[in-house]
Every structure is written in C-alpha cells, then in structure tokens.
Design a protein around this ligand. Structure first.
Ligand SMILES: [Zn+2]
Length: 134
C-alpha cells in the first residue's frame, strides 16, 4: 500500500515543487542559520520570518512507529506509520515502506523517497530503510 493522494495549496506549493524534483525542502533561517520544518512560518529557534528553502540531504533516523492492520476484500494489509528525525533536525511523519515490521528498531537509518498515488497527484515523501553499512 502506498500513500494516499495529496493535492497542493498555496501553503504547500513550493514544498511540492521540491518533492516533484526529488528534494525535501526545509526552511533555513537567514538570521541564525537554524533549520526548521517545511511547514514553519517562523524560525523554530529565533522566531525570525526571513526563511529560505534549502534541500535536505535525504537521511533520517527512525524515532517511533506503529503498524496499522487493515482488513480489505483481499485480506489484511499492513503499513507502518512513523515519526523520523531528518539529519538536519526536524521531525517528519510519514510511512516506512518496503520494510517488514520486525526489521524496524529505534534509531534505524532511513532514506527519503517519493511516491505518487497517481500520476496526477503530488509526490509525497516516505521513508525506506537505508542500506546497511558494510
Ligand atoms: Zn533563526
């Protein structure tokens, strides 16, 4: 199961322009250099409103998750909802895709990927387990 359809509005347009290009955009404070979550209207450190978009590296760490069991006409499906901390600091809520629940552990390294519900919907960030380091 993949993410549901998402549509942009005035507040999310620039963020979804980024995801369409394979970038997760964060808010960079011009006053104090802090990084805030994409939805921040003010810097989360100093409350300045002079923010610019800056792409995240795409790395994250699993903070918490829950496994959702849903019955369908074709049987039961599972999906994982999670909170992850981006390498830059902000937290993000999404799904972990392509992983079995027993593979998950606190602090597991994740990568951001993008999924579209259909070709007409916005690209939405999801997490996948990062390849294990050799
Ligand atoms: Zn600031």
């Amino acid at each position: 199961m993949t993410v549901g359809p998402m549509a942009r509005d005035a507040a999310t347009a620039e963020f979804f322009d980024g995801t369409a290009a394979g970038q997760f955009l964060l808010r960079h404070c011009l006053a104090c250099d802090a990084i805030s979550a994409p939805q921040a209207a003010q810097c989360e450190q100093c409350a300045a409103t002079a923010l610019e978009w800056r792409p995240a590296a795409g790395d994250a760490t699993l903070i918490s998750w829950t496994v959702v069991h849903r019955r369908t006409d074709n049987g039961e499906v599972l999906y994982v909802l999670c909170i992850a901390q981006l390498a830059e600091g902000p937290w993000w809520w999404s799904r972990v895709e392509g992983a079995r629940p027993e593979e998950l552990r606190p602090d597991a390294p994740l990568r951001i990927e993008y999924r579209r519900h259909s070709p007409h919907d916005e690209a939405v960030p999801v997490f996948v387990l990062a390849p294990a380091m050799p």
